[in-house]
Design a protein around this ligand. Sequence first.
Ligand SMILES: [Zn+2]
Length: 102
Amino acid sequence: MKNKTTITVETWKQTVVRKGRPRAFWCHVCEVGTEMFTPDEIARFAKITTREIYRRVENNTFHFVETPDGALFVCSNSIQKSQNRLSRPTASGNGSKPGEKL
Ligand SMILES: [Zn+2]
């Protein structure tokens, strides 16, 4: 009976992880416990490619943690900051020139 219980619990845990629900991790940049998402999940709700997500992880735009088994989780705070920057209009007034670099 005891063995059966253990198996059930492990199966349940795996199912939860696969569902892709947000997990809480400690973000060493924000220095708070924060919700973390996989690149796949971010790609879905932030409408950017996973390739772009890895690029932002590498240039430190996104904070991240890596689990011992190699899974990558990205800090939701850093995603939000980055999204705010993106959604802000680039032309803030009438004086901006079309060809100007950002
Ligand atoms: Zn963070």
